[in-house]
Every structure is written in structure tokens, then in C-alpha cells.
Design a protein around this ligand. Sequence first.
Ligand code: G16
Length: 544
Amino acid sequence: MAHFEEVSNQSSRHPKPAGLVLQYGTAGFRTNAKQLDHIMFRMGLLATLRSKKTKATIGVMITASHNPEEDNGVKLIDPMGEMVTQTWEGYATQLANAEQQDLLTVLKDIIDKEAINVSQEAHVFLGKDTRSSSASLSQTVLDGVSALGGHCKDYGLVTTPQLHYMVCCQNTQGKYGDATLEGYYSKLCQAFIQLTKNASNRTDDQKHLSVDGANGIGALKVREMERHLKRELKISLFNDGTEGKLNHQCGADFVKVQQKPPTGVKINPGERCCSFDGDADRIVYYYTDSEGQFHLLDGDKIATLISTFLKELLIQAGLDLKIAVVQTAYANGSSTHYLEDTMKVIVRCTKTGVKHLHHAAQEFDIGVYFEANGHGTVLFSKAAEEKIQQLAENPNISDGKKRVALLLQNTINVINQTIGDAISDMLLIEAILAIKGMTVQQWDAIYADLPNRQLKVRVSDRRVIDTTDAERRAVSPPGMQETIDSLVKKYRQARSFVRPSGTEDVVRVYAEAETQESADALAHEVSLTVYRLAGGVGDEPKSL
Ligand code: G16
């Protein structure tokens, strides 16, 4: 086949370093950018095959999100804007690790297994973040796509969720929106403006929000969007990439893990601030009080705010729709208690990674999913959207109900249902706070977080740790879970778990307890356990 000759020729320009093994992890491949050229070429090939198989447009996003600037990565996006399926993640790993001389064999194997018609047309949408390595890596993806005769539309610099959105728009023939940046901004911002019309007399202070762009793509895109907001939201943008380094001492991951404000942001006491991560698919909020104390409103608080708002609207509308919140093991224990006991919503726990949360959320009429790190969105089933639309179009309902139905419709429109989206989440949160006339302090007071601590431990091979029960229990190495259980028993209201990261070469440790001292001590003791039982490298973890 002509295509295979071309693949063979082109792949020799993007050779795989012999012996290098990489896994398609929590969010695609991620490592130092210097090791990724062959991966990009091969993901160009795989995206083209996936497109031929599904007869739909597939997305390829070049980003390493929250990782440091010198890393990069790639994620594949399926036709409805969701993460690629697990079977194809497996193919991605096989293709990535095939030694140079075996590449065609592995490629043909995938074609056979999936019964792909190679002469089928293929379309790929490509996007990249602002990392210095992204430009050349995206050229390599183009080589991969064209080697198999695919067509590629290069969106250039976009946030990860923007590319997910474009793919979904394209494959729904525009029903989800226009597959352009203008289309994205105008859909979200129009919905936001409609929503905030339901808020009375907002002052300039209430319309103001400080945004930490993590020196990444999100900052650029907020700037681009601003004029669509018609001054209904007044953004002070910090860490916009003109000076600082990507994700360095700033951004959602830094703020969440360090539990402190980012550098480079002017924070006035009591004012709402938020941080995006490096590819703008995560968001966390925070403020400092008059005593200078930092208050974080993470993904759990965001899920609570959104699900409370939606539940209230459903009751007012008289709509009987099943709403659930999906979390991971990182969810603060207080949030789970509040959601289950006070709000009486169904709560599900899945493994880390939005693909897992997304699938669990799809089982409900309305699925609100958020990781504690601020990655999340809301999914509405087709049936739920139809019921809401029927209500909005029903001429026999009261003005009050009509208003609620419109609120629900605009809420659906402001949300990017394809994936967690910092820009869309920010607009939704700002709209909810405005409509409810709620301050960030009132939002924060819905429940009090249990003090918690996250740590990282380096080990020689993090795959020695295997987990079960949505990553809440370790099944290997032997003795690890028993030790964690006995450590947890020493503290009140305590919980702890460990899991290998799927984006960084570390083991993550999470602990929560009644006091910060206890959470810190427990996290340290569990870190030592990991270090001793799972082959720690470097110095032993020190106490905090
Ligand atoms: C990615 C995933 C998230 C996950 C995070 C950390 O986020 O999309 O679902 O929570 O990595 O994963 P891990 O603990 O396995 O390293 P991002 O924003 O970096 O793409």
C-alpha cells in the first residue's frame, strides 16, 4: 500500500529512541518534550486510523497541562469530544512502544483488529498549548496524519477544552455549536449574559474577578474572550505569560496542592480570585480574609455550588430528574458528607482521570463531576435536555416556571459538556454567585473542609503499587495497606491512600484528619511507608 511506504519513509524522520517505553496515562502521554517526537508522529497515525474507523473527526491536543514547561504530552479526543476509549489507549501504548522496525506490523495489527478500511477519508483537528516545544511537536503530528492520507485542521494555540468542543461541534454537524473560536466564545458568553440578567443590581465589585492564567494558554484565551462579555464580568488577568514561567509557583495545581496563593497575583482581602492550570481544563477559586488567612474553594466546593444550584432549579421547575455528583478518592470527606447527608444527592466515587468521572456521570439525568483539583463539568442526558426544552416551550406554564426553564437552558449553554473547562466553569460559577447573590465567603461557608495534605514520593518503579476500590486501597506491595490502616487509626476523622500518578513519575499520597497537624503527620508517615515498601529513591521523606 502506498500509505505504508509513506509511513515507513516518514517514520524514519521521527525515530523512536531504542528501548524507551511510555504509557498512555491518566491524560495521554506525558514526559520530557525531548522524548516525544516519535510519539507525536505515531499519534498522528493513530488519530487518522481512529477517524477512519469512526468515520468522524478526531482531536489531537499537544499539552502537558499542569506539568512543568520542559515536559509535553498528547491526548486523543474521540468524536463526541470525550477522551479516547480504553481499547484505543491500549493501541496508543502499543504503537508508541513499537521499535522502529516493528512499527508497520503493529499498525497493520490495529487495522486488522478493528477492521479498518484504510481508504476511508480521515479528518483530524489539532491544537497545542503555549509550551516552546509544542510548535515542532505539532508539525510532527501533521506528518503522521498525512502519511496515512488524512486531512488535518490545525487550530494552533487553543485550550484543551476548546479543542474538545471543536471536535464535538464538527461531529454533531454544528448542533453543539460552531467549530470556531468565535463560535465558542459567543455561545458561552451569550449564555452567561442571559444568566446574569437574573441577578439584580450587581456592583462593579461583584462583577470583578482576578484570574491567574498560570502563564499558559488560558490567559491568552481569556483575553480573546473578554470583549464578548460586554463588561458583565470584569477580569483582572495575572500570570498572563508575558513574564513568568508556565505553571511555576502559580496555576490551579500549585494553589490546590500547596494550599497557598500563587505568586504574581495581587490579592485584596475578601476578593474572589481563581487559578487556571496550564491548558485551562482546571479551575480553583480562593480568597484571603482580613487576617490574611488563605481560603481555597476547590473542585469539591465547585461541585457543591453547582449541584445545589441545579437541584434548586429542578425543584422550582417541578422537573423530576436524577442528579448525581461524581468524585474521586481525593474528594474531601466533608464534601461527600455534605452532599450525601445534607443535600441528599447521589454521590459516586471513581478512579482519578476525567475519563472515569465522565463515564460515571453519563449514567444520570444530570451528572456533576469534579475532581478535587478543579477538573470537571456537568453532563445533561438527552432526555433531560428535551424535558427542559419542552418546559421552556410550554405556553401553559407560569412566568416563574418559564424563567426557571430558561435559566436551565442557559446553564446548559454556558457549560462545555465535552470535558472540564476552566473558562466555562468560571462563567458558570460567576453566574451562579450572581444569581444567588452569594459572596465567595458565603459559598465557602457551605461546609468546612477537613484539613488535608498531598505529598509526592519518588520510587524506582511506581508500577509496583496497585490499587483497588477506586484507588482507595492498595493491593500491592504486600503489607502497604495494612500499615496505612494502622497509621490512619492513630488519628481522628482520618483517611489516607496512595496511588501511582499517571502524569508524573511519582507516587501520590493523600491524607486528611481532624487537624492540620494530624493530616501532615499522617501524610508524612504514609510517605515513609511508601518510601520503605515501594522502593523509594533519594532521601527519605522529611516531616513537614
Ligand atoms: C490530568 C487528568 C486529571 C488528573 C490529573 C492528575 O490533569 O486529566 O484527571 O486528576 O492529571 O493525574 P495523576 O494524579 O494521575 O497524575 P491535567 O490537568 O494535568 O491534564
